[in-house]
Design a binder for this molecule. Structure first.
Ligand SMILES: [Zn+2]
Length: 92
């Protein structure tokens, strides 16, 4: 009986939750949906453990104004940085 409840209620919930959590971290929702179909709750756990995409963090920093693009190399640097850590030039 417990196996039936697991298949009917918990598994579809995992197939919905895992891609949504992964997508919110900038990861591929489609691949986590496939993982959830195969592994169920383990895929939800994996989506909670996986680190956010670093590019998403950079985009959020640029949008909030905490990061700016270096005028020399166009890499994201902290707003208060006097010297770019990527190209070692002074930021105006
Ligand atoms: Zn630079």
């Amino acid at each position: 009986m417990i196996e039936f409840a697991l298949l009917v209620f918990v598994w579809p919930l995992c197939v919905i939750l895992a891609p949504v959590i992964a997508w919110s971290k900038g990861r591929s929702g489609c691949s986590f949906a496939i993982l959830a179909v195969l592994f169920g709750p383990l895929a939800v756990l994996a989506s909670m453990i996986v680190s956010p995409d670093p590019e998403i963090k950079i985009r959020k920093g640029l949008a909030s104004g905490k990061l700016v693009r270096c005028v020399w190399c166009r890499e994201p640097v902290h707003l208060d940085a006097a010297v770019c850590p990527h190209c070692q030039r002074d930021n105006p």
